[in-house]
Design a protein. Sequence first.
Length: 464
Amino acid sequence: MPVHGARRWSSAASAVAASVDLRGWVKNQGGFVWSGLHVVHSGSSHGMGLVATQDLPQGSTIITLPRRIPMPMPDPENAAVLAPSEGVICEIANRVPEELWAMRLGLKLLYERAQKGSYWWPYISMLPHSFTLPIFFSGVDIESIDYAPVTHQVKKRCRFLLQFSSELAKLESLPEEIHPFAGQFVDSGALGWAMAAVSSRAFRIHGVTNKLCSAMMLPLIDMCNHSFQPNAHIEEDLSRDAQDVSFLKVVTKRNLEKGSAITLNYGPLSNDLLLLDYGFVIPDNPHDRIELRYDGSLMENARMIAGLSRTGSPPFSSPASWQVDRLKQLGLADSGESQKVTLGGPEEVDGRLLAALRILHAESQEPLERRELVSLQAWGVESMVSSDNEERVLRTLCGLGAIVFNQFKTTIEEDEAKLSDKSLAETSRIAVQFRLTKKRLVVRVLESLKKRLMDLRAVRAEFQ
Ligand SMILES: C[S@@+](CC[C@H](N)C(=O)[O-])C[C@H]1O[C@@H](n2cnc3c(N)ncnc32)[C@H](O)[C@@H]1O
């Protein structure tokens, strides 16, 4: 099922000398690269990166790219100026589901990679040959992720790549002049390589002009690694000169010391997205969450695990009609996509899940009658139905956390022991790191819920 690297696929770009001076190329194309900026191998799992070889003050521009350097998806509305083979790219890109946007731009990358004399050769030849994204993991490593929402996505992407490559095999009947990949068969490995190159390196810039909304490959800028506390950011360059050449620039957000790695924030991404699209995870990621499908039976199990007896309320799996009405308002009464709820993230517990449990634990509808749904979805004394109801909600959430935690096949200690094995393959390491971050996240949420419970009990004791 996993796809294999693009080994068999030859590219025109590979004919270029292995070591291309990307900085020199950017400058030759009319861009600016600060003289103290160097491309280095970070010596860690981060791969290549950019470093400052001198101190630099905050607000300094370190890279500017002219408009012609970024590689966007060809615009089908400009069909008149596109080469016929590029028009074919636009056409096949339309068959790619929206959620796999990286594959669309990946087709353009493969197109350029196959063209002799492509403008982007110097850039493409510098791209990594392999990626640590889970579409390239072995079946064992995919299973070892041990987290259904992600393994499901990985398998879906692998299936798509295999199916799409057999669809693209039909392009073989096209005459070579209009064949988008210069007559070559694009296998699932080549497609996976391109999708990975794009998902891990393209940027979606939301600038002030409407031309900046689509994803683009940004040569050199894409050598910057990620940090949630970045020291640089990308800006649209509004001070264009008469030739309208500068387009995007990277500007320092802080004073840089000599030796600092230049980092950008790739966005408020969960570890799921970081793993799927970039092939790495961040321990203690503040944007990470555990995804669950809301289900009355699951809530009922959580209640039982928490040791809570049923008071006057019906089982959570068959709530009273007034409860169903409120759950419907939350979008949690019918099955479907909208039933995704989460634990973790800045709010710790998904507001809809919190509100649903407050509703399910209410013994009658009276205390809820005057309650707005938004209020039920927030933490705080004013959002509680009653302190007794809140205690039950918090305990049920702890039960839910325990269920989630126990679903993992290994313990935190076992994962830590595995990671201490220096001979562990990189992809196996990433899979274990991923599931470990999820478990630690559940532990953090549980600790925080227990603290809320203690605080609530302390307040209750004060008023008794
Ligand atoms: C936009 S590229 C950055 C340049 C890249 N390091 C290279 O070798 O070309 C994004 C990739 O860099 C690596 N990376 C970036 N930030 C990272 C981080 N904070 N931790 C681990 N790997 C990171 C991941 O492999 C990711 O897919």
